[in-house]
Design a protein around this ligand. Structure first.
Ligand SMILES: Nc1nc2c(ncn2[C@@H]2O[C@H](COP(=O)(O)OP(=O)(O)OP(=O)(O)O)[C@@H](O)[C@H]2O)c(=O)[nH]1
Ligand SMILES: [Mg+2]
Length: 558
């Protein structure tokens, strides 16, 4: 493993504050030497870029250079799995066989709905605009025992980092199963008492159920009245339903998926008339209709997965920093709330032009070639009381592995700003824990009486109080506390005059926090115990960004 942030003390942007680092000439040599050592002779493209002011026009861009991306991090969608096609009523008819046997095919099953987290997607805006997604309906069966064609499937592709929660589910097959169970357990009617409203005697004969049976077109109303139907087949599920995500859906899609996951299986098709051939009824003039597809309402929430999350007050210079470190074209402006939605930038460590620019490795041993930074709208004081844009955007940095607190050295006391930021982060965490607790509070399941009769007999009303979390598949991994994440402070606008004192005070404060001499700004007990760095930078000139990369790579490797 490479030494973590090897000579950070010696390389702390000496060109910004030479006073802190001895003479400027010695300081800059140290910087280049360190870079050389770190890169082991790598082509110093980045060095030259960073140290010269040649290509910094993109850091203070004209409005034409902003990219405007459509972004949405929340969506509620209603999914309809495909209904099954109807069975067919048909009879063989050939030259010398005028009235042959039944040969109607079964209906095709409805389309399934899948979900897959993929790398290319970055936002949920397509889903939030659609709202309703319907898989294809299965086609009806045909004569000559030809089955209906399956309905078209839908694959919902979402960005990596999407959390999916179920809000509502209507599953006709489940309801039919419950009804059948209920009927099976029902006490036989007492003497002199009428049967149920369906008039179904368990032993038959059964009457026509309009919603389930399909009749031969030539059948007359008299035929229907007198005809006896066989018992309705049980509600069926397709075989693929066995791999369906267990209800209620609760998924955390935090890695790209090779194969999609089945959310809702399409319903099975109806049965053709050959299924109902008996000795008494050799030519049945009925078939069953396809099952109706289930519908699920899902709430999707995107929590961006970046390695570094930038947390700062509005106008602190977060977006400029992102532009300085990556190819992001985030909007920059000298007013608060320039950024209205999160931006992600990728810092390339290895541009494949020479030897690798870092010896950093991912957990699986692969060399790290880049890392990502998330820039979010600025937090204001009392953001947790819904001031400014609120703290909802913090969920995008909540999952970042490293937090970078961006403090403007030219906007008042930097220590106060840093403490205010930590306070908002702490409030966000407190609210989140409270929300999680509410979610896992006991749920009451209540199935009411279905008829006056049941109420009089006091049957079938059940109240089940489930204890513990109601999600039986809690895929959401345990997220470590935000205060336990590695963090550092980026002090921006260090190029402006009169910022030195402010930075000095900030650095002293941060050192005291690291040494445990003052209370951690989050006010929490369990906090990250590493050494907190404060890096002075001038993002607008591209100065000091390399130190951030060195520090981040070291922290990511830990
Ligand atoms: N002098 C100087 N100005 C800077 C520096 N970094 C950013 N600025 C300026 O500060 C202003 C705000 O920069 P932004 O990057 O838009 O700030 P932000 O934190 O993203 O702001 P919001 O998105 O509104 O939260 C812009 O006018 C930048 O040009 C710096 O290092 N030095
Ligand atoms: Mg911004």
């Amino acid at each position: 493993m490479p030494p973590r942030c090897p000579t950070l003390q010696g390389t702390l942007t000496p060109f910004l504050y030479p006073v802190f680092f001895g003479t400027s000439a010695r300081g800059s040599r140290t910087f280049f030497n360190t870079s050389k050592r770190l890169n082991e002779g790598a082509t110093s493209n980045t060095d030259t870029l960073e140290e010269s002011d040649a290509d910094i026009s993109h850091l203070n861009p004209p409005p034409s250079d902003y990219s405007r991306t459509i972004f949405s991090d929340k969506a509620t969608v209603q999914l309809f799995a495909g209904s099954g096609g109807h069975g067919c009523i048909s009879f063989l008819k050939e030259k010398y066989i005028p009235a042959g046997p039944a040969n109607g095919g079964d209906g095709g099953s409805g389309g399934n709905i899948w979900i897959q987290a993929v790398r290319g997607e970055t936002s949920l805006h397509k889903l939030s605009r659609r709202n309703i997604l319907r898989a294809g309906r299965g086609k009806n069966g045909q004569g000559r025992t030809r089955g209906g064609v399956r309905g078209d499937d839908i694959i919902i592709q979402v960005p990596v980092g999407t959390v999916v929660r179920e809000i509502e589910r209507v599953d006709p097959v489940f309801e039919a199963e419950q009804r059948q169970k209920l009927e099976a357990g029902r006490a036989p009617p007492r003497e002199g008492e009428e049967g149920s409203e369906e008039g179904a005697n368990p032993a038959g004969p059964w009457k026509w159920d309009r919603s389930r049976w399909l009749l031969y077109p030539a059948i007359t109303p008299q035929d229907i009245a007198t005809a006896e139907f066989p018992r309705l087949p049980r509600a069926r599920r397709p075989a693929i339903a066995s791999v369906q995500v267990a209800a209620p859906v609760s998924l955390d899609l935090s890695v790209p998926m090779e194969k999609p996951l089945l959310l809702a299986a399409g319903a099975v098709g109806g049965l053709g008339n050959p299924h109902f051939v008996t000795k008494e009824v050799p030519r049945p003039k009925f078939a069953t209709k396809g099952e109706s597809g289930m519908s699920i309402t899902l709430e999707l929430e995107l929590k961006l997965l970046a390695d570094v999350g930038l947390v700062g007050l509005p106008n602190a210079g977060k977006s400029t920093l992102l532009r300085a470190m990556s190819k992001s074209r985030a909007r920059v402006g000298n007013w608060a709330f320039t950024t209205l939605q999160p931006n992600i930038g990728t810092v390339v460590l290895d541009d494949y032009r020479g030897r690798p620019a870092s010896h950093s490795k991912y957990a699986d041993g692969e060399p790290r070639i880049n890392y990502t930074i998330a820039d979010i709208p600025g937090l204001v004081k009392d953001a947790h009381l819904d001031r400014g844009l609120g703290i909802s955007f913090l969920r995008h940095v909540e999952r970042a592995r490293v937090l970078a607190f961006v403090v403007d050295l030219n906007a008042g006391d930097a220590v106060t700003a840093l403490r205010a930021l930590w306070k908002e982060v702490g409030e966000y965490e407190r609210m989140k824990i409270q929300e999680e607790q509410e979610k896992s509070d006991p749920m009451v399941e209540w199935s009411p009486f279905r008829s006056v009769d049941e109420a009089l007999r006091n049957q079938n009303e059940t109240i089940v109080i489930q204890s513990g979390p109601n999600y039986n598949a809690p895929l959401t991994p345990e997220i470590p506390s935000i205060a336990a994440k590695p963090w550092f402070v980026v002090a921006t606008k260090a190029d402006l005059p009169g910022t030195q004192e402010n930075f000095k005070a900030l650095r002293e404060y941060v050192e005291e926090v690291s040494g445990g001499h003052v209370e951690h700004p989050s006010g929490r007990e369990k906090v990250w115990e590493g050494k907190v760095e404060a890096l002075p930078i001038s993002a607008i000139n591209g100065h000091g960004t390399r130190q951030i990369t060195e520090l981040v790579v070291g922290l990511l490797d830990d």
